[in-house]
Design a binder for this molecule. Structure first.
Ligand code: NAD
Length: 311
């Protein structure tokens, strides 16, 4: 039975690949959604006053943000940035956090980094109202570690909701309760995500990278190790891991371009850091070519350069 709880408005923090996709998905389900991000540190006085539009070269993750824009054009919804007719508003994200008191569900989708997420949650606690669900879209960082410094009441409302990329097409949603999460909130979100959002929900334990990424990241890394051993090309690997096995578009390296190489590196490092067996740990080493690409910011779709996007 769906409980009395309602999601009338939501907020997504982090307007990157996933945050913008999740926000667009919620908006298309008829849930007004605020989409927040940090403001670039290099704003001129005019930009500080007026904010930035999508045309500005300072707007990060243009592709992802325009996806939301498209969605909003089709079905206008009160996105935070639409209200103001600008995507990045002046001031710090802190200036906008009070808006979060209006929402029933806050989804965090900032960089895959424990410290960044922890800092955000301690800021959030200050403006969070009891009753609002807070979830993280982490790919695999421990839910309990993330909320370690938060109050018990906050922890009761906190859990993982791991959407897959792109949220609009991927049906799977992993729900990961923390040790202190209120079971009623878990049941509510399970039902809400299934019935209202049309997701296929799987409950996962708070273990490194949960279920899908624990398997998926391993599979991608083993594929790369085999490729190097057999001196194969990227195109050959994608040929074999794409259409032939029934994945028309999302073969190995196309997937990595879409995920973001930096995010993939963090997700692999997360499991590696939790393993004790040295042999098993080694499986999660990033190949040199991938590390070099990260260092050069060849991160895939998000930077416009990756395996398939070249100068
Ligand atoms: P991204 O790099 O595309 O976007 C991250 C966004 O967070 C950026 O726009 C950045 O400006 C913003 N940000 C960073 N610190 C912030 C802060 N303190 N406050 C507000 N905004 C901040 O990353 P992404 O791929 O969208 O990943 C977001 C989360 O979703 C990560 O936890 C990631 O592991 C997870 N995830 C990613 C994928 C994927 O395929 N990329 C899939 C599932 C889950």
């Amino acid at each position: 039975m769906l409980m009395q709880r309602k999601i009338r408005k939501a907020a997504v923090i982090g307007s990157g690949i996933m945050g913008s996709g999740i926000a667009a998905y919620l908006a298309s389900a008829g849930i007004p959604t605020f989409l927040l991000d940090i403001v670039p540190s290099t704003l001129s006085d005019d930009e500080k006053k007026q904010g930035l539009t999508l045309d500005s070269p300072k707007v990060r993750n243009k592709l992802a943000v325009s996806a939301v824009n498209e969605m909003v054009k089709k079905k206008p919804c009160p996105f935070f940035s639409i209200e103001d007719q600008q995507w990045i508003t002046p001031g710090n994200i802190e200036d906008h956090l009070p808006k979060l008191a209006e929402v029933d569900w806050i989804i965090e989708a900032v960089a895959e980094n424990l410290e960044v997420k922890r800092k955000l949650f301690s800021k959030l606690q200050a403006c969070w109202k009891v009753g609002t669900i807070v979830s993280t879209n982490t790919s695999g960082i421990s839910i309990d570690e993330m909320a370690e410094e938060c109050s018990t009441e906050f922890k009761r409302h906190f859990l993982g909701t791991h959407f897959f990329n792109p949220p609009r097409y991927m049906k799977l949603l992993e729900i990961i309760p923390g040790e202190k999460t209120d079971p009623q909130i878990v049941s509510f979100l399970q039902e809400f995500a299934t019935k209202r959002l049309g997701k296929g929900v799987v409950l996962a334990k708070d273990t490194p990278n949960f279920i899908a990424n624990r398997i998926g990241v391993y599979g991608l890394l083993i594929t790369m190790q085999e490729m190097l051993k057999r001196k194969m090309t990227i195109e050959e690997v994608d040929e074999l891991t794409g259409p032939i096995i029934g994945r028309p578009k999302s073969a190995t390296f196309r997937t990595l371009d879409m995920v973001g190489l930096d995010t993939f590196a963090s997700v692999a490092a997360n499991v590696k850091g939790k393993l004790s067996d040295p042999m098993e740990k080694k499986t999660f080493d990033l190949p040199d070519f991938l590390q070099e690409m990260c260092a050069k910011q060849l991160l895939g779709t998000k930077t416009g350069k990756g395996f398939y996007m070249k100068d």
